[in-house]
Design a protein around this ligand. Structure first.
Ligand SMILES: [Zn+2]
Length: 175
């Protein structure tokens, strides 16, 4: 899935809980890609500017990616690593870091939207992982369906939040 859609899905459940929680969900939803591919883009501004100028398209070919991107991708796209971090933060803060679920949602969404030709999701890394031959997220029908689903999800969440707030106000008046 593209990084923006990952962020939007990561933030959707936190949208009614204020700008700070929403921003955290958005950032954590994008984090697995920002901390792997994002680092490549930051360290290769020439490639990024050519891509932004439309002179090259698509993801960077495997041959030009430095070794660290592959290591970072394994670390950031593993549910095993995620679960260990989630448990650690839970233990340190004495309460579950719910917003961190946005990160695991990213990994779960990547499993069926990548294939073995380009970064299949290493969701069980460092353990042997049965790789999934998914559909490519850049397929036009998938992009349209995904962003339509996002729009519906945000409308649904916004309506629900409004209804709950109204209920609270009415409850306040009647009480
Ligand atoms: Zn990803």
């Amino acid at each position: 899935m593209d990084v923006l859609a990952h962020g939007l899905w990561g933030g959707v459940a936190f949208y009614p809980h204020g700008a700070k929680r929403f921003a955290a969900g958005l950032a954590l939803g994008m984090a697995p890609d920002l901390l792997s591919f994002g680092l490549f883009h930051v360290s290769h501004p020439g490639w990024l500017s050519l891509r932004l100028a439309g002179q090259i398209s698509g993801p960077p070919p495997l041959s030009i990616l430095p070794e660290f991107v592959f290591h970072a991708y394994n670390l950031t796209h593993s549910l095993v690593v995620w679960a260990a971090l989630f448990a650690l933060i839970w233990a340190l803060r004495k309460r579950p870091p719910w917003v961190f679920l946005a990160w695991s949602l990213h990994i779960v969404c990547d499993i069926p939207t990548h294939n073995s030709a380009y970064f299949p999701t290493p969701y069980l890394w460092p353990f042997p992982t049965p790789l999934v031959e998914g559909i490519l997220w850049a397929t036009p029908w998938f992009m349209i369906t995904n962003y339509s689903a996002l729009l519906a999800a945000y409308l649904g969440v916004a309506l629900l939040a409004r209804k709950l707030n109204l209920g609270r106000t009415e409850g306040g008046f009647s009480g």
